[in-house]
Design a protein around this ligand. Structure first.
Ligand code: NAP
Length: 677
């Protein structure tokens, strides 16, 4: 007899074994009970307090970069030990390629957040959101939006289908935001998540209280949350509705992010007739999305839309591909589609299939007659891929609102592109819709007509197919979520997701106050005179606001002509007085903007070898006022911001302004240099 694994929770620094409140978990392959999880006596209020009092303050004391470094090390640690997770994951019915999506995909997502944290966020614990707003005429009273970490805890409730990716894609941005997590995986696959949490804790990289785990039921934890907490839910629309209607959450305006199921569609473009590369691509993508994770993907294609004239060809081509999909024991290398998570899930899918059958005809796959390699299909949760054809998609309801969370999809014909858009939108909000087309006009019309109903639109064709990432892959860089039926939530999307765990606050005050809060110098704030030329000062010695003023330099007509001849830039505004004067922007011949930049550098650069290693760029350049021959310019150079890059050097962002003899602003920009320590 198989031993039943006891899946523990991790609460207030201790592993807690299941007790009388435990639920059993079965193998997807054999149907045998393999584990038990759940603890009715879990002290949920102490868990919340531990996160708020211990985990939160420690995390908030770290900068975004410190947190990003921990995430990177954690991802590398998981990468080294992932075999443990692969081994366990087979029992969820996942094949090795499904494991790559879940386990390697989760680790990869964490790595992307680690690198985005270093690149897109400051080495600080305050994030500046957008530009400074000028709120007064003279600039002594300004506005700026900042984001700071929520002071509570994030409760992550996850679906069963991605026990690792589901946890890590939420954990990484939450950690980066400086907020501790309590993770509650779906019970059916929580043994894989538990093993991953063990690896993360064993790494010794995580500060205490920043990650806790609830295996089994959550008890009444949601009733103890407050307005500094966030619930981030992934699962079915029914559970989301039940949880988000919790009166305590509503009364306290507690953030609730929902990623639900959706009736995602894939559209064969009107231009993608049989024989085109797009037609073959479409069939390949649909077959893949129907069978990866045995169709248990929130982004799986549930509705297949093709021009009416090509419906039969699509059914034939898809059926041919699906018939080659080897079903069987997920541990076998030859298996292309494993099992559903459980026999309960299989029953649920078969019930949904019955509903779909009232509006659509099954044209491929028979749940009562199929074979699977190396397993007894009567014990495990196996099903064949099933393809339906709906002849009347306009009057149908079930095909647009019933999610059979398994390898099930329905083909339907459309008359023209407007009709395809109408059908795609009948899902009432989806995570992703794909359009396989080689026609830019089709793509634009579709994006306009369908954009508001879908979280992501994936266009693919002969140009992008070799490198495209797949209809069903949420990427850390791009928003994952969708309106309406899909839950109205947004996850991922790069740094956007980090902001779900932070509070945006509008700050108003003088330039000095805003500079002190944001750590980024604002014109009008105090200028600090340094002990030497700023280019002679090491990265660590430079202070925010350190400023130099240069001497003035007069621009002559000879300078302009020399520059024109030297560079070949003979644009009429610099060379032809009459033509320049006829232009609404110029009084007559004016200096080249690039000439001014070059002269500015000549005015502020310190020529000797020193801490400035390289000029790495220039941002936000604006020319405000033309400079005529005879005008003179001078430069103010101020340290705006500093960002450590490694142990040898860091980036200095300088605010540079050029003014003329009347002190009018002529040009303004931000200069980037790498400076050694
Ligand atoms: P589910 O039954 O809705 O469960 C989702 C999560 O909610 C599980 O962790 C579940 O825990 C928990 N839960 C249920 N009742 C709860 C309660 N009273 N209090 C606290 N937590 C509770 O969904 P599922 O069957 O796991 O996952 C499949 C569904 O998820 C599909 O509909 C799929 O489309 C959707 N999904 C969506 C996304 C997305 O990103 N949008 C991703 C993956 C899956 P227990 O397991 O312990 O009941």
């Amino acid at each position: 007899m198989m031993t039943v694994q006891q899946i523990k929770s991790f609460a207030v620094g201790e592993w807690v074994a299941p007790d009388s409140g435990a639920r059993t978990i079965s193998s997807a392959i054999t149907g045998e009970v393999i584990a038990a999880a759940g603890n009715s006596s879990l002290d949920v209020t102490s868990m919340l307090e531990h996160a708020r009092k211990v985990g939160g303050p420690t995390l908030r004391a770290l900068t975004f970069h410190d947190r990003a470094k921990i995430l990177k090390a954690l991802a590398e640690h998981l990468g080294k030990h992932k075999q443990v997770l692969y081994d366990l994951s087979f029992s969820t019915g996942a094949t090795q390629s499904d494991n790559l999506v879940d386990i390697d995909g989760g680790i990869g997502t964490m790595l992307v957040y680690a690198s985005k944290g270093r690149r897109d966020l400051p080495d600080s614990n305050i994030y500046l959101d957008g530009d400074v707003e000028q709120l007064s005429r003279k600039g002594t009273f300004l506005g700026q939006h900042i984001c700071t970490s929520l002071q509570g805890v994030a409760v992550h409730i996850n679906a069963f289908n991605f026990p690792i990716w589901g946890m890590l894609e939420k954990f990484a941005p939450t950690f980066l935001a400086g907020v501790p997590s309590i993770v509650k995986p779906a019970t059916a696959s929580c043994y894989v998540t538990e093993a991953c949490v063990r690896l993360m804790l064993d790494s010794g990289l995580l500060p205490e209280g920043t990650l806790q785990l609830v295996s089994g039921g959550l008890g009444d934890m949601l009733n103890h949350l407050d307005a500094q907490d966030v619930v981030s839910f992934t699962g079915s629309a029914t559970t989301a509705l039940m949880l988000r209607s919790n009166p305590h959450l509503l009364e306290n305006a507690i953030r609730f992010v929902a990623e639900q199921d959706s009736l995602n569609a894939s559209v064969l473009g009107p231009d993608a007739a049989p024989g085109t590369p797009e037609f073959d691509l479409f069939v390949k993508e649909v077959q893949r999305e129907m069978t990866v994770k045995a169709g248990q993907k929130c982004t799986a294609i549930r509705r297949i839309m093709a021009p009416e004239a090509h419906v039969q060809a699509v059914i034939e081509a898809l059926s041919a591909r699906l018939s080659k999909t080897v079903i069987g024991d997920p541990r076998l290398e030859t298996t292309r589609m494993g099992a559903l998570i459980s026999n309960d899930q299989k029953r649920d899918v078969l019930e949904k299939v019955k509903l779909l059958s009232t509006e659509a005809e099954r044209v491929f796959g028979d749940p009562d007659d199929f074979s699977a390699d190396g397993v007894d299909v009567n014990n495990g949760a196996f099903l064949p891929p099933m393809l339906f054809h709906c002849a009347n998609p306009d009057s149908a309801k079930r095909v647009h609102d019933t999610e059979a969370f398994g390898p099930v999809s329905t083909v339907m014909g459309y008359r023209d592109l407007d009709h395809a858009i109408e059908l795609a939108n009948k899902g009432k909000g989806s995570l992703v819709v794909s359009v396989i087309t080689h026609d830019g006009d089709v793509a634009r019309k579709f994006a306009l007509g369908a954009g508001a109903w879908h979280g992501r639109i994936y266009f693919n064709n002969r140009v992008s197919m070799a490198e495209s990432t797949g209809h069903g892959s949420p990427l850390p860089h791009m928003v994952h979520g969708g309106p309406g039926r899909a839950g109205g939530g947004e996850e991922l999307g790069g740094i956007r997701c980090v902001m779900h765990y932070m509070q945006r606050t509008a700050i108003q005050g003088s330039p000095d106050i805003l500079t002190a809060i944001g750590g980024s110098w604002i014109p009008g704030a105090k200028e600090i005179e340094g002990p030497a030329h700023p280019f002679a000062r090491k990265y660590g010695d430079l202070v925010i606001g350190e400023t130099m003023h240069t001497d003035a330099r007069t621009i002559t007509l000879g300078d302009i002509e020399h520059f024109a001849e030297f560079t070949g830039d003979n644009f009429y505004a610099h060379m032809d007085d009459e033509a320049a004067a006829a232009n609404p922007f110029f009084p007559g011949r004016v200096a080249h903007g690039y000439l001014l930049l070059s002269f500015a550098a000549g005015l502020f650069v310190e020529p000797n070898v020193g801490p400035v290693l390289a000029n790495t760029g220039l941002d936000s350049l604006r020319f405000m006022k033309p400079v005529e021959p005879g005008d003179s310019i001078k430069v103010r150079l101020s340290v705006k911001k500093k960002t450590k890059r490694n142990n040898e050097y860091g980036e200095v962002r300088w605010h540079v302004s050029l003014t003329n003899q009347a002190d009018d602003l002529v040009a303004e920009y931000e200069l980037l240099t790498m400076n050694s320590y």
